[in-house]
Design a protein around this ligand. Structure first.
Ligand code: MCN
Length: 793
């Protein structure tokens, strides 16, 4: 533990011979940087065919006929199929079935059968020998549509008389769900001040650089799917259900995956379709999304309309918080979409000691593509609305927003919250104090005043956050709890080979996070070797035990803990072997200086290679001990983990044009003891850029007819390196009592923290011009309009 120094580079790192806590360079990077990594689309199999998908140009329509004859005649085409042909055993499943909640789940097939509900829905597939020829042939499939009325606004979709998207339900309401905690209405009655706010958290895309890509092969009665996925193990279960094939006949491999940001936490129709095609045609079939397919049919995120109320006493003590969330679910569900806003409910109340907390959610069908988990998945939305409303509350109470925060921080841990969760550990004052110190708030305010004299508008915004992650206890999340139809353990296997090198299998499936490095550090310390002799294998259902993959910033707190426990089992067995050979007690053996030593007698030692030799030539093992040095662990945590932190953003706004520039960004996060500070910084940097992108530039936009207007990177503007400043980061380390490593997640932390800090900084900058609120995205036109409406320019 211990607060690090000022900048990442100056932080002290652990002394001694351990590797955990050190900023080791990523093992993954050389192959990625030097272009040697193999992504799905790089794979080529003999006789491989290519698929191209015919997609609906209509947002809501009945399919009256499909004529595939011209496409079939196209040179090189081997087959064309429509929805009626694709006889998979089950539709695309949705895995959130909350007990007692009426959940409307429309049938959703890999190819539409009679109706389409969004632009881009797959209606036919063309398969052929030429990658480009199939695209030309797909353009020759003639589909007749009978258009139906379209609704894209979730609030309008709930109004009487709105077009009904799925007639069988007679309503566009997907579900209603509440998480109460205490009597919020009584709390508001008892408040001196209640601030109410409507916040729109617009639709965004994961926008991974590598688009979705699949390659399926059917050989000797077995199926292999290579897919750019975050969840190969879960994918295999779902393929088994949809294809009616037992899991032993299916192998799913996630080769190198070029980012996911939640968008590859999914099993898409194309994955099932490629498998079905490979089996049907007896040849490997590949499909890779074009960028516009990626933008239109890879799940989107956010798209919440939030109505939030916070009550407080005159002295600033908060009394209650209530949020009504309207979640635009799009027209069909993928594996878990509707559950996402419930994760907003988990952290409603944030870092503040609210005695009453309630969240009410309504999910809505619209004629848009599905929303599901995008980095943060529910928690950024909650932080955004809470933090901006706390700022408004401060303004109403004429209090300093930081003083209001400090007055209400939760200070005792573990902290049971009124809505049923227990925050594990925290020190919210410490992260905020450090953030303010790094910013030098007093100096900033002086600079801000001077700049305003010159007509330069700079502002600062703060965000303090807590996150639920490390999904998660199966008991809490599973069928009898939250309603997820699955377990949320993680698996690991640590295998020492006969000559002493190590392979660690993890059920997680990284796609940029650096598990091969961090997990090797964990294993190395336990086995007295260096991380370079520990190979971490992931992403292949045919190697290692069944796992639950990577999302919800769970991999270290659950998967890393599983790796640590498996390594400790190996360590334990190794100690017993060493004790037996060196005639000592197992409890006197320690791992030090790269060997297993008798405590106090460093000359009496065996290396891991020596131990492995004994284990695999088992002529002299302790009585009753099995041969080998290979251990398994399935770890299911007892609680979630609750990272936290404080972020500050300084922006400058051009009042003439509405352009916003991020001038400084300070992030102080706490994800428990660092396994590798470099990996943490990478995650924080990436998370900030992701959120700055959402706040300032990115929006998935549909017009009223349901046409997607942002299907390329020309109109979906991602931030580039030139749009973001160098980040100033620091950490505190408050261990979690939930796992033996004390770690919490960090993969989404900055995305969760960042957006309100950016918006608040713009409001702070423009307050002299009468601007007191503004919804994302803060595009120049929107900022300029806010300035005009502010009326003080
Ligand atoms: N870490 C550490 N010490 C800690 C905490 C974390 O060294 N105390 C390291 C871990 O070892 C791991 C990394 O930080 O290398 C992130 O760990 P964790 O918070 O457990 O998150 P996951 O590995 O489960 O990653 C998932 C998370 C999510 S949900 C999204 S979305 C996301 C993200 O991570 N998508 C990403 N980060 C991404 N990074 C890249 N490059 N690409 C994506 O698509």
């Amino acid at each position: 533990m211990g607060a690090p120094g000022a900048e990442a580079a100056e932080r002290t790192e652990p002394e001694g011979d351990g590797f955990v806590g050190r900023s080791l360079k990523r093992k993954e990077d050389p192959r990625l940087i030097m272009g040697r990594a193999t992504f799905t689309d790089d794979l080529v199999l003999p006789g491989m065919l290519y698929a191209a998908i015919v997609r609906s140009p209509e947002a809501h329509a009945r399919i009256t006929s499909i004529d595939t004859s011209a496409a079939r005649e196209h040179p090189g085409v081997e087959a064309v199929f429509t929805g009626e042909d694709v006889d998979v055993a089950a539709p695309c499943p949705m895995v959130w079935v909350p007990p007692g909640v009426e959940m409307r789940v429309p049938e959703h097939w890999p190819l539409a059968r009679d109706k389409v509900g969004y632009v881009g829905q797959a209606v036919a597939v063309v398969v052929g020998r030429d990658k480009y020829g199939v695209v030309d042939a797909a353009a020759q499939v003639v589909v007749d549509y009978d258009p139906l009325p379209v609704v894209t606004d979730p609030e309008k979709a709930l109004e009487d008389g709105a077009p009904i998207i799925h007639e069988e339900f007679g309503t566009n309401k997907v579900f209603e769900w509440s998480l109460p905690g205490g009597d919020v209405e009584a709390a508001f009655r008892d408040s001196d001040v209640v601030v109410e706010k409507r916040v729109v958290n617009h639709r965004t895309a994961g926008a991974a650089i590598e688009p979705r890509s699949v390659l399926a092969e059917w050989r000797e009665g077995k199926l292999t799917l290579w897919s750019a996925t975050q969840i190969p193990h879960i994918c295999r279960v779902i393929l088994s259900i949809q294809l009616g094939l037992s899991e032993d006949k299916i192998r799913v491999v996630a080769p190198e995956v070029g980012g996911g940001f939640g968008s590859k936490l999914q099993v898409y129709g194309e994955e099932v379709l490629a498998c079905w095609l490979a089996r049907k045609l007896g040849k490997p079939v590949k499909w890779t999304a074009s960028r516009s397919e990626e933008m239109s049919t890879t799940h989107h995120g956010r798209d919440q309309i939030d109505y939030i109320r916070i009550g407080a006493k005159q002295d600033g003590t908060v009394t209650g918080i209530h949020a009504k969330i309207i979640q635009d679910c799009g027209s069909y569900h993928l594996i878990e979409g509707p559950v996402i806003p419930t994760f907003s409910a988990c952290v409603m109340g944030g870092v503040y000691d609210f005695p009453a907390i309630q969240t009410d959610i309504v999910g809505v069908f619209t004629n848009k593509f599905t929303t599901d988990a995008i980095r943060g998945a529910g928690r950024p939305e909650a932080t955004h609305m809470i933090e901006l409303t706390m700022d408004e509350l401060a303004a109403k109470l004429e209090m300093d927003p930081l003083e209001l925060r400090r007055k209400n921080f939760i200070t005792e841990f573990p902290s049971p919250r009124p809505h049923g969760f227990t925050y594990d550990s925290g020190d919210y004052h410490r992260t905020l104090d450090r953030c303010v110190e790094m910013l030098d708030l007093d100096a900033f305010r002086r600079e801000q005043a001077e700049l305003r004299e010159r007509g330069v508008y700079r502002g600062v915004g703060f965000s303090t956050y807590v996150e639920i992650c490390g999904l998660g206890p199966s008991r809490a999340l599973g069928p009898d709890g939250w309603g997820m139809q699955g377990g949320y353990f993680e698996s690991a296997q640590v295998r020492v080979h006969p000559t002493g090198s190590v392979t660690a299998y993890t059920g997680t499936s990284p796609h940029g996070q650096g598990h091969e490095t961090g997990f090797a550090q964990i294993v190395a310390d336990r086995l007295g070797v260096t991380p370079d002799v520990v190979e971490v294998i992931h992403g292949d259902t045919n190697t290692g035990p069944f796992g639950k993959n990577t999302y919800g910033s769970r991999s270290l707190a659950v998967g890393g803990e599983a790796i640590a426990r498996a390594a400790e089992k190996v360590q334990d067995k190794a100690k017993r072997i060493v004790a037996h050979k060196l005639e000592a007690a197992p409890e006197d053996i320690e791992v030090s200086d790269g060997s297993f030593q008798v405590r106090g007698s460093p000359d009496k030692a065996m290396t891991l290679a020596d131990v492995a030799g004994e284990a695999y030539i088992p002529a002299d093992l302790p009585e009753g001990m099995e041969a080998g040095l290979d251990e398994l662990c399935f770890y299911d945590p007892s609680n979630f983990v609750w990272p936290f932190g404080a972020h500050a953003c300084v922006t400058e706004v051009d009042a003439e044009t509405g352009r916003v520039d991020v001038v400084r960004y300070i992030a102080v996060d706490d994800c428990g003891p660092a396994i590798n500070p470099l990996l943490i910084d990478g995650q924080i940097h990436g998370g900030i850029v992701h959120a700055v992108g959402q706040v300032l530039y990115e929006q998935v936009a549909y017009d009223e007819d349901g046409q997607l207007m942002t299907s390329t990177f020309v109109d979906y503007a991602l931030p580039s390196a030139a749009d973001v400043p160098s980040f100033e980061t620091d950490r505190t380390e408050t261990p979690s009592p939930t796992n033996t490593l004390g770690v919490k997640g960090v993969g989404e932390a900055a995305t969760i923290a960042c957006s309100p800090a950016v918006v608040a900084s713009v409001i702070d900058a423009l307050r002299p011009l009468g601007v007191t609120e503004i919804d994302m995205p803060l595009t120049p036109i929107r900022v300029w309009q806010a300035i005009q409406e502010g009326g003080a320019s």
